[in-house]
Unconditional design. Structure first.
Length: 312
């Protein structure tokens, strides 16, 4: 119950106080806590009781409905008009038994006036009772309607809250799935990059053999065609060639960032050959706890590695 307009009647106060007493009694019965310093109850009495007790909101509303239902019947109606007349006439006849006929006529005339007064009084009483019953019925209907609307609003808010939670969960799952997918793709590219770099390590042995046979490094793609063709056939490779610095260059395909290259450059050191690897690939691809993969050089470009004039 939440009031009727901006006015509160004594009947409403009685109902609210009775609801408060029963709710607090039920709260004490279930949880053994005696609530003190209860704020004044008014139109928001349901919110107040919900906040100061441990009872579920639906339990408080159930108690409120039971109390309201007990007040719907209204006050006990008075004696009917016929019953009042019969009682009055009985008294008049008892008093007339020991009176004379003239006194009887006088009393009868007086009784007739009282009879009219009783009729008017009865009508007023009936009118007051009817108004009270109608008022109580209307108030009860308003209270029930407001409780019903409040419950529907609360259920609607709960549904919206559930929908928001579900939407947030779906967004989080989508974000996590995207992150997992990106991480998986990056891990696959990293594995492919390191595999291609190992293939260059194998190709370097062919260059070493060529050097020991000819006392120089290959000076054209034709002189290292077998090794280069083998590298070009690898997945992830767009091109392979002998660089202007007599090194081996791998140009990676569109799976990687545009312009990604791996360059293994040789140099003579005493009787042997030293190799230096450089790449402009993503630095994360170079991470390996067991071995050094390659040196990161973001300024390296494919065009700077192509010889100006091919020997072949």
């Amino acid at each position: 119950m939440s009031g009727y307009g901006n006015y509160w009647s004594n009947s409403s106060d009685v109902i609210i106080n009775e609801i408060k007493a029963k709710v607090l009694a039920r709260d004490f019965e279930l949880y053994g806590i005696k609530r003190r310093n209860i704020p004044p109850l008014g139109i928001d009495y349901l919110e107040v009781l919900d906040g100061v007790t441990k009872l579920d909101r639906l339990e408080i509303e159930r108690i409120a409905k039971e109390v309201i239902a007990t007040h719907k019947r209204g006050p006990t109606p008075p004696l009917s008009l016929q019953q009042q007349l019969q009682a009055r006439q009985k008294d008049i006849w008892q008093h007339q038994e020991h009176r004379s006929f003239s006194v009887f006529l006088k009393d009868f005339t007086k009784g007739f006036s009282i009879y009219k007064l009783l009729i008017v009084s009865s009508l007023l009483i009936l009118f007051a009772v009817t108004v009270q019953v109608m008022t109580n019925g209307l108030r009860s209907k308003l209270v029930n309607k407001e409780l019903e609307v409040e419950i529907q609003q609360r259920m609607s808010e709960q549904e919206k809250h559930k929908a928001n939670i579900l939407e947030n969960m779906q967004k989080q799952i989508a974000a996590q799935t995207k992150t997992i997918k990106l991480n998986s793709e990056q891990a696959e590219l990293k594995s492919l990059f390191q595999s291609l770099n190992r293939q260059v390590l194998s190709a370097r042995r062919d260059v070493d053999r060529f050097y020991y046979q000819h006392q120089r490094f290959p000076e054209s793609n034709k002189e290292a065609s077998a090794m280069l063709n083998r590298l070009k056939s690898e997945i992830g490779v767009r091109d392979a060639f002998i660089s202007s610095q007599k090194g081996i260059v791998l140009v990676l395909d569109s799976q990687f960032e545009s312009g990604t290259v791996i360059h293994h450059k040789p140099s003579q050191f005493g009787q042997g050959i030293q190799w230096r690897c450089e790449t402009n690939a993503v630095k994360a691809f170079l991470e390996n706890p067991t071995q050094h993969i390659c040196n990161h050089n973001p300024s390296i470009r494919r065009m700077t590695l192509i010889p100006e004039v091919w020997s072949d």
